[in-house]
Design a protein around this ligand. Structure first.
Ligand SMILES: [Zn+2]
Ligand SMILES: [Zn+2]
Length: 356
């Protein structure tokens, strides 16, 4: 009798919903991607010209970047409004003020367990405020190395760049690149990493496939190279920037690279804060309560060539991938080999230190 009543009630709701043409889902039906019930949410917080991304899974949370100091109220109130008082990780992708300007305020206002950041000699002065805040609040530090993983609930984030101690000429290229995987869905966060790094990852033969790409450097044409976008092959791309910003972000070239590949584009300058909610199979994108679109996990496996050796074009010496002498080798001087024979056939000789 109870079931029968439930059936009648449900039919009535569906009937009403159909006749009113409404797409409102009766509350008796559960929606595992609704903002309330999602297992994983990724919020691309509108912080004007900057980046701040909040990841929540299970009862754990990670903030990747915090935006400019002048925008601090936006990131602080957003996190507080989620009912969060503890952040398991705060990630400072690289020490530019549009990423870490408000991070000290986050550290003073919430219980942050660990600050994750790349070792970068050119630390901006504002980064010292972040480190001071960590010392005052007893936050621990982590300078990750390549392939280290961080857990947020059952979501796993893997560090794809840089390796600990790796050196770059451009501070943007120090950006921590993290790939998030939860059940069958995946997200790629690249900070402001530019095309040199993107291409390096493609050459290295990483599995870069992700359902959602947070476009590097606010949609600048210095990032989102065609080779990288092809390798990530996302269903959707998110760009974080301010309307009418001084840099012209997102650049026309980036939009065209994405549009040509039919990649759905979500932008904080147009949509304000964007929330991607997922059950691990599909992803629903929201702006407020409005559904902007959906994406389904692409589970095809990618087979890209795996490089096992790196040669130095100047010295004509080749190394195993973990050889310490590669740290000082500039990217533009590197050449990649799949086999030992390939390296030797091009007149490269093996490194005496790593004996590849
Ligand atoms: Zn930057
Ligand atoms: Zn930036």
């Amino acid at each position: 009798m109870k079931n029968r009543l439930k059936f009648i009630t449900l039919s009535f709701f569906i009937f009403i919903s159909i006749i009113t043409g409404g797409c409102e889902i009766p509350s008796v039906l559960s929606d595992s991607n609704s903002l309330k019930d999602a297992e994983l949410t990724v919020s691309f917080i509108d912080v004007g010209q900057g980046d701040a991304t909040l990841i929540e899974c299970g009862n754990e949370a990670m903030l990747i970047d915090a935006g400019l100091y002048s925008q601090r109220h936006k990131v602080l109130s957003y996190i507080a409004n989620q009912g969060i008082n503890k952040l398991d990780y705060c990630v400072a992708t690289h020490p530019h003020s549009d990423h870490i300007g408000a991070m000290s305020q986050v550290i003073y206002n919430f219980n942050v367990e660990t600050l994750v950041y790349p070792v970068c000699d050119e630390n901006a002065e504002s980064f010292n405020y972040v480190l001071d805040a960590c010392d005052e609040r007893g936050v621990s530090y982590l300078n990750p190395k390549l392939y280290d993983t961080l857990k947020v609930g059952d979501a796993t984030l893997t560090v794809l760049s840089p390796d600990k101690g790796e050196k770059f000429d451009n501070v943007n290229n120090y950006s921590l690149i993290l790939k998030l995987e939860y059940k069958n869905v995946s997200f790629m966060f690249t900070g402001d990493a530019e095309a040199d790094v993107e291409k390096e990852l493609v050459k290295r033969g990483e599995n870069l496939r992700a359902d959602v790409l947070k476009c590097g450097h606010h949609g600048s044409s210095t990032s989102s190279s065609a080779a990288f976008i092809n390798a990530v092959n996302p269903a959707a791309a998110v760009i974080s920037c301010q309307e009418g910003n001084d840099y012209g972000h997102p650049h026309r070239e980036t939009i065209s690279t994405l549009e040509k590949r039919n990649i759905e584009i979500y932008r904080t300058d147009l949509d304000s804060t964007i929330v991607a909610a997922s059950d691990g199979e599909t992803i629903t994108f929201y702006s407020g309560n409005e559904v902007l679109g959906t994406a389904t996990a692409n589970t095809e496996t990618v087979t890209s060539p795996t490089y096992s050796y790196i040669g130095n074009k100047n010295s004509k010496v080749f190394h195993s991938l973990d050889c310490s002498s590669l740290i000082s080798t500039k990217d533009k001087n590197k050449v990649y080999f799949i086999t030992r024979d390939e390296a030797e056939s091009k007149n490269y000789s093996p490194c005496k230190a790593c004996n590849p």
